[in-house]
Design a protein around this ligand. Structure first.
Ligand code: AMP
Ligand code: MG
Length: 493
């Protein structure tokens, strides 16, 4: 077979084959002059793609959504969702398409998905388009979250459309190609349940089990076991967000992936100073999705998944609902364990260290009172174990208060048999030095929108290796300047 005859993507589209009723076949909008802005070489390799060919006009047209590549069966996926607590029965991909699925180098099935590829039947009032700033933002932040070791959808490419998109002003348009273990959402289950077609709901659940939680198929009640696994995956995910100060910003049920990956990067951002009330999204006026609310909201979202699964779970409706509710109780336990273990690691302690719970609890009280820059605080703590306490004292000016806590911390380390130098090294492996600093992200996107990709590329370089100190990236480790003002993010729709 000649190289040209080989398809760009080796698609094998199980979602389209197995779940009619949950999508509409659709084509991307015509883009006359697509131009590649950024492509993720390492991810392309993981996906078994030909990176050079992706950058040819044929590849770029595919990434723009203009021309469906061989084997693609583009569809707009249907889903419902609770948005800010209110139910919308029909959301769906208004400006996105699932092109198809490929198996990556590890044999893991991955969705190849376009965002900004034009209006679909789910577009409601929207124009189906995306502006380049928000697409580059999703590219950079999702790759940063991946580099932090947190489950997430990833970004393969951003293509400029060379068309203007009308927002508050006219902005350059773009299409993002994202890659995820699937785009099955809590909202997909809500949609299937609302059709009243229990067989459709069952097909969806069986599909999700086979794709994400195959062990559940062997359980006494596979659907209940599936639910327990989704609950556990979300508890783990949100704990990891909390440990790095990530604020998703729009935790509607349509933005919660069944796989346990982070998806739908909109108004997300990383917390600067520690404050559980931290909200960045301009539309989250009630603070529903504030940093400190994320575990509670995740649990609420999972309750909506439980509601959708009632018809599948054994026993009558009441018994099924009770069994699902019982499983959901496991969320708080799993979250707490995962968060506490993660915080212990951030302090250089084994998860099971005696007193770790109390130490973490007291630290959170201290952080809430003193509000240091959350990210640099933990690196400063490690430095203090190496004898350099200047930075931690700068971050926590109430030295006496800090020392009271630190004395207990040092004692716990000693009781756990961890030498200070070893604790410091272990801490630096789990506490990021570089995070997407809001003021720098904004500056990089502003420059990129006007054609200068230099700062954007520097941002990618800083964030791809967040734990290892490297010269030239100091700004990414530093808190926002005092005069930066409160940071606001927009959904970019
Ligand atoms: P999001 O807030 O990005 O999760 O999107 C919520 C819903 O709005 C989804 O159904 C999206 O497909 C849809 N949507 C967002 N922006 C647009 C747009 N510009 N055109 C059409 N649909 C959109
Ligand atoms: Mg969404």
């Amino acid at each position: 077979m000649s190289v040209a005859a080989r398809p760009l993507f080796a698609f094998d589209n199980t979602f389209v084959r197995e779940l009619p009723g949950l999508y509409v076949p659709w084509q991307g909008a015509e883009v006359e002059q697509p131009a590649l802005v950024v492509v993720n070489g390492p991810l392309a390799t993981e996906l078994g793609l030909d990176l050079e060919r992706l950058q040819t006009p044929e590849g770029v047209a595919a990434l723009a959504g203009s021309v469906a590549p061989d084997g693609a069966e583009p569809v707009a996926q249907a889903y419902a969702g609770h948005q800010f607590g209110g139910y919308s029965p029909r959301l769906g991909d208004g400006r996105a398409l699932l092109l198809g699925e490929v198996l990556d180098a590890r044999g893991m099935r991955q969705d190849i998905h376009l965002k900004g590829s034009g209006k679909t039947p789910f577009a409601r009032g929207g124009d189906g388009k995306a502006a380049i700033g928000p697409m580059l933002r999703e590219f950079a932040i999702s790759e940063a979250v991946h580099a932090l070791g947190i489950p997430t959808a990833r970004a393969l490419a951003v293509v400029a459309t060379n068309e203007a998109v009308r927002r508050e002003t006219l902005l350059p348009g773009a299409v993002l190609t994202r890659v995820a273990e699937s785009h099955l959402r809590v909202g997909t289950f809500e949609y299937a349940a609302a059709t009243g077609d229990v067989e459709l709901l069952r097909r969806l659940a069986d599909y999700a089990i086979a794709r994400h939680y195959p062990e559940a198929a062997h359980a006494a009640d596979p659907y209940l076991d599936f639910y327990a696994r989704v609950v556990a995956a979300q508890a783990e995910l949100v704990a990891q967000w909390m440990l790095v100060g990530f604020v998703h910003g729009v935790m509607n049920t349509d933005n919660v992936a069944i796989s346990g990956q982070t998806i739908d990067y909109g108004p997300c951002a990383f917390m600067d100073r520690y404050d559980p009330q931290t909200v960045f999204s301009s539309i989250d006026t009630g603070g529903r999705y504030a940093y400190g609310n994320q575990p509670t909201v995740a649990q609420w979202n999972l309750a909506r998944l439980g509601d959708a699964l009632v018809p599948l779970v054994g026993g009558d409706q009441q018994a099924a609902a009770a069994a699902l509710t019982e499983v959901l109780r496991g969320f708080a336990v799993r979250y707490r364990e995962s968060f506490t273990a993660g915080m212990a690691a951030k302090l250089g302690l084994p998860a099971a260290a005696d007193g770790a719970d109390d130490l973490v609890g007291e630290l959170l009280v201290l952080l809430e009172a003193e509000r240091p820059d959350f990210t640099s605080f933990f690196r400063a703590l490690a430095a203090s174990l190496r004898g350099d306490s200047a930075h931690v004292h700068e971050l926590i000016p109430d030295t006496a208060r800090f020392e009271t806590w630190a004395t207990a911390w040092h004692a716990t380390l000693a009781e756990s048999g961890v030498a200070p130098a070893d604790a410091a090294s272990a801490m630096d492996r789990v506490n990021p030095l570089y995070i997407p600093r809001n003021h720098l992200v904004e500056a990089a996107l502003t420059a990129a929108t006007s054609g200068d990709l230099g700062p954007f590329r520097e941002m990618l370089a800083a964030l791809e290796d967040p734990y290892r100190e490297r010269p030239g990236f100091e700004a990414w480790a530093a808190p926002a300047p005092e005069d930066a003002g409160p940071y606001r993010t927009f959904c970019g729709t």
